[in-house]
Each structure stands twice: as C-alpha cells, then as structure tokens.
Design a protein around this ligand. Structure first.
Ligand code: SF4
Length: 340
C-alpha cells in the first residue's frame, strides 16, 4: 500500500484521513502544528502524539522531507539551493536576503513548457509538475526558513500550469493553521495563462505578477510562444475587470534587452497598454545567456527608461540583480545536474 503524503494536505482532508485510520481527530491539529509551526517532519520527534499513534503513522504515512543537496553562495549573500525532484531531475530555489527582508524564490515545475527564448529553464523543456509537498519542502527545508519574510513563485516553471498543486501550497502558507502568513507576503508570477489566472484570482489572495517584457504583441510572440494562445491584450483587458483596490498587488515584470525593448517609443506603447490599470512595473536587466541574440542593456538606459515611465505616471522600479555570479539571477535557473 502506498503511504499517504501528509505535507500539503488541507486541514479538512487531513482530519478525514486521520479519522479513517482510527486515530483521534485531534491528531490532525497536532500534525499540522508539528509540520508548519514547529517545522518537524519526523513522526518520532512529535512528542505529544502517543507512541502507538507515532508507530501507526510511520507505517502508513510520509512527511516529505528532502533537504537541498547543494547550496551555492553568491558574494552578495544570495544562496541558490538545489533539490532533487520526486519524479527525477532537479529544481532550484533562491534565497535573497536584504536589509529589511528575506525572500525565497521557489520553483513550481521541473523545467517548463513555455519555451521563452530568453530563459534557461525554458530550454530544458518540461519534465514534471512539482507536488504540493515538493513546493512546500523548498521552504521548510532551507536552514534560513525562520528568517523568510516573502516567497515569490518565480523560479523554474510556470506556476499557472501547475495550479492544482500551487493553490494548496498557497493555502498552507497563508492559513492560520499553516504558516499563517499574510497573502501580501507571497507573489505568484505568470506569463499570462489566462484560464488559470482566473482561477488563481478567485481562489487566492496572493499578489500577481505578469511577465510582460514587451508591449508589442508581434515581438512578444517572437520571444514567448504563449502570446499566441493568450494574447497580452486579452490578459490586460481581463485584468482591468479585476479588483486590485485592496491589498492585492498587480505588477508587470519587464526584462530589458538592449536595443529591442528599451526605447522611449516602446515605453509609450507600454504606458498605453497599461493605462487605467492599478499596477507597478519592475524593470529587470537581462542577464546574458549563451546562443541567443539578446544582450544586456547598460545601466543608463535602464535608469532613463525607469524615469520616463514614472514621469508618464506608470509606477516603475529597477529590480536589483542578485546572485548573478552563481547563476541565480532571473532567467538563469537551469540545473547543471539535469543537463549533465
Ligand atoms: S520565463 Fe518562465 S514561463 Fe518562460 S520558459 Fe522560463 S520559466 Fe517558463
């Protein structure tokens, strides 16, 4: 009989499962407390469970507990963690400490189907979806877990392409009997998988980030095959019907490529596209990857673009580049182990 994975289960299903095994109902609450609050994932260490309950659980259940097999440290303090994945291959999570916060960038898939031309993960192709337990394990298993203030789903994979496992992970992170975090501490990024985004908006309160990169549909189609399935114009039109008046934040990620999307004319298109949408834009300097026509822009161009967009009323910031020396920066995740 296959053992039941308990990490990531909702309180209701955990309680139903516990009762089904003939264990007292309160065992579910005890387990939840051990896993998410005390961050203990060995039944033998769960000391307020009876010895009999611990023995039973050991034979019928598992608590996904896979520590990183490697940690690469950047000179700027960023740490890239490598985890083996359940169905083979590897994934990465990136820990980014700053003066007043510490963010973990987590993966949602092994590889990715979306094939964006500027992304190393896209080049790996798609291998597998991560389970809810594997997603949560990236957070639970790093030594810095207690310092975390934020989690962003911007690592390997397209989270909206694995929503069945991402949504329960968000529920565990934000639920009072899970991590108990405010949804404001979590951002989920997508290239704009429209049907899944509609579900995400209905079933979660977490922030949403859209990978835009260019306001011009034809250019976006050249770089991001997904533009053909879910045109950015449709996505933006739908976003204008959503409620971002409360605490939920909408942002657009814009990787800047030298000479391609860094002109003020492009900036005008961007302003026109996002007009009327309560949002912010994050400019990200492209990090050169081999065998692509894309080139990194210079700092002055970035600053000029940022100032121009702000003057035009679009709230824009330049995202600081982190962990470039360990290939942890945006778009660079692709496990060397995976590629041999
Ligand atoms: S940028 Fe994101 S969606 Fe595009 S290929 Fe890379 S991981 Fe996938």
């Amino acid at each position: 009989m296959e053992k039941q994975e308990l990490v990531g289960m909702s309180p209701a299903s955990l309680k139903a499962w516990v009762l089904g095994q003939g264990l007292p109902a309160y065992t579910a609450a005890q387990l939840t407390d051990w896993i998410y609050r005390k961050r203990v994932r060995r039944f033998e260490d769960m000391t307020n469970l009876s010895k009999a309950a611990r023995n039973t659980l050991q034979t019928i259940a598992t608590l996904y507990d896979v520590p990183p097999v490697r940690a690469d440290r950047s000179t700027d303090g960023t740490i890239k963690y490598l985890f083996p994945a359940l169905k083979g291959g590897f994934i990465e999570a990136v820990y980014i400490p700053e003066a007043d916060r510490a963010t973990l960038c987590v993966s949602s898939q092994v590889g990715c189907k979306m094939g964006c031309a500027f992304c190393m993960t896209g080049r790996m192709g798609f291998k597998a979806n991560l389970s809810t337990a594997e997603i949560l394990n990236q957070i639970l298993s790093i030594p810095d877990v207690d310092t975390l203030t934020n989690v962003v789903f911007m690592g390997m994979g397209e989270p909206m392409d694995n929503l069945d496992n991402v949504l329960p992970a968000l529920e565990r992170l934000t639920s009072a009997d899970g991590f108990g975090w405010s949804p404001k501490r979590i951002t989920v990024s997508t290239i704009g998988v429209l049907p899944a985004m509609k579900r995400f908006m209905a079933e979660s309160q977490c922030h949403l980030a859209i990978s835009l990169h260019t306001p011009q549909p034809a250019q976006r189609g050249d770089w991001m095959p997904s533009e053909k399935a879910w045109p950015i114009k449709d996505t933006v039109a739908w976003l204008k019907t959503c409620d971002f008046s409360g605490q939920r934040r909408l942002s657009f990620e814009y990787i800047v490529f030298k000479g391609l999307n860094d002109s003020l004319k492009q900036a005008d298109y961007l302003v026109a596209l996002l007009k009327g949408l309560p949002c912010r834009v994050n400019l990200i300097r492209f990090h050169t990857i081999p065998n692509t026509p894309f080139v990194s822009p210079d700092e002055n161009t970035l600053i000029k673009l940022c100032d121009y967009l702000n003057k035009k009323g679009l709230r824009t910031t330049i995202r600081k580049s982190r962990g470039e020396d360990i290939q942890a920066a945006c778009g660079l995740l692709s496990t060397k182990q995976e590629n041999g």
